[in-house]
Design a protein around this ligand. Structure first.
Ligand code: DOR
Ligand code: ZN
Ligand code: ZN
Length: 401
């Protein structure tokens, strides 16, 4: 495949380059690569389009197995492809919970030939202390996920000794921790010398904990979600659709998160894609909102509004997730890397609509929000899975850990 005439970003500047792909990898990025008629490359004309590395979403709940009326591996991965996400990491609060080696292996088997994009799994820490299982799957999962506060599913781990056992047997721990629990997670990470990934930081105070940990040279990473950047409690008023954990906070917290992004304290954007049906959301206080279809569109709007640079966006949404979770040869437009590439139109004047939603949950929290750009094509290891609003029925997604 040869992608011609697209614009890539180098130091925040858009420059025209051609990209040559062979055997799923980027093999050349240069001006005017000539067409080698012997090689029969598929030519893609990307004139007027911007080329970004595929987005890596480090935080999704694809609901498969057990809750597939909300989402399943195929629909969730299609929603990713539409949103420019070429790799997603899937959380363990499925049913059954992914807290034994056996369940993880079943999940891996079940996911084969179902996904349109690449993926990897978290393993879950259990309140019954599954640290022996945690140890067994250390190379079969990206990280251990521990719920240190109440959320969807029944996976809360409170006992400090058990927390420490799980940390001690993990290579990386991702936590759902809020407020004081963020501090506690950082303490346990320091004591057990296990790197820590703080999911969905949502307050100024939590940012301070992260900043302090980084100042102390601890291996602690911080994620923020689009919803904690773009929404706050003023949007929540009487709208049960916007109930999630952590809850939406204040406008000042939104601002503290943007500031932390620009100060270099935040490492990633993760959607916390947590689909529930419209009926479930309307009738109950059930936590979570979908995210993968709109995260890039929203962040590109932030680029337009100069809240963040495009370079920073690429760092947070592609490069850093790849580094933190050890996804080799992903997250960069570089020779030798997987050809996970998206073509984006940045010259659009469109709003997010609640029509044609791909996620099974079939609603969006961002109706009428401006789109800063639109994904025109999604390429996973050299395979076009999404093109101009349509999917190629190519379930070529592979597990990457
Ligand atoms: O709002 C949330 N929903 N927060 C979580 O931590 C879990 C998620 C879910 O799985 O629904
Ligand atoms: Zn969470
Ligand atoms: Zn989550």
């Amino acid at each position: 495949m040869l992608i011609k005439n697209g614009l890539i970003f180098i130091n925040n500047k858009a420059v025209p380059k051609d990209i040559l792909i062979e055997n799923e990898k980027i093999i050349k990025i240069q001006d005017n690569i000539s067409v080698d008629s012997n090689k029969n490359h598929k030519i893609i004309d990307a004139k007027g389009k911007y080329i970004l590395p595929g987005i890596i979403d480090p935080h999704t709940h694809m609901r498969d197995p057990g809750l597939t009326y909300k989402e399943d591996f195929s629909t969730g991965s299609m929603a990713c492809a539409k949103g420019g996400i070429t790799t997603f990491l899937d959380m363990p609060n499925t049913i059954p919970n992914t807290i034994t080696e056996e369940e993880l292996l079943k999940k891996k088997q079940h996911s084969k030939n179902r996904s349109f994009v690449d993926y990897a799994f978290y393993f879950g820490g259990s309140k019954l202390d599954n640290s022996e299982e945690v140890k067994k799957v250390i190379d079969l999962s990206v990280a251990t996920k521990i719920f240190m506060n109440v959320s969807t599913g029944n996976m809360l781990v409170e006992d400090e000794k058990i927390l420490k056992n799980i940390f001690n047997n993990s290579k990386l721990v991702a936590v759902h921790a809020e407020g004081e629990m963020v501090k506690k997670a950082i303490e346990i990470s320091a004591e057990t010398k296990t790197p820590l990934y703080l999911c969905h930081l949502s307050t100024k105070k939590e940012i301070e904990y992260l900043k302090e940990a980084k100042n102390n040279n601890l291996k602690v990473y911080g994620e923020v979600t689009p919803h904690h950047l773009f929404l706050n409690e003023s949007n929540l008023k009487d709208n049960p659709l916007l109930i999630m954990k952590p809850e939406l906070k204040t406008k000042e917290d939104n601002e503290a998160l943007w500031e932390a992004i620009n100060e270099g304290i935040i490492d990633t954007i993760g959607t916390d894609h947590a689909p529930h049906t419209f009926e479930e959301k309307s009738n109950n206080s059930i936590y979570g909102i979908p995210g993968v279809e709109n995260s890039l569109e929203l962040m590109l709007q932030a680029v337009k509004e100069k809240k963040i640079t495009i370079e920073k966006l690429i760092q947070l949404m592609s490069e850093n997730p790849s580094k933190i979770f050890g996804l080799k040869s992903k997250g960069n437009l570089k020779v030798g890397y997987d050809a996970d590439i998206i073509l984006v139109d940045l010259n659009i004047d469109e709003k997010i609509s609640d029509k044609n939603i791909i996620s099974k949950c079939n609603w969006t929290p961002y109706k009428s929000f401006n789109k800063g750009g639109k994904v025109m094509m999604t390429i996973v290891r050299g395979n076009i899975v999404f093109n101009n609003g349509k999917f190629n029925n190519l379930k070529i997604g592979k597990e990457v850990v």
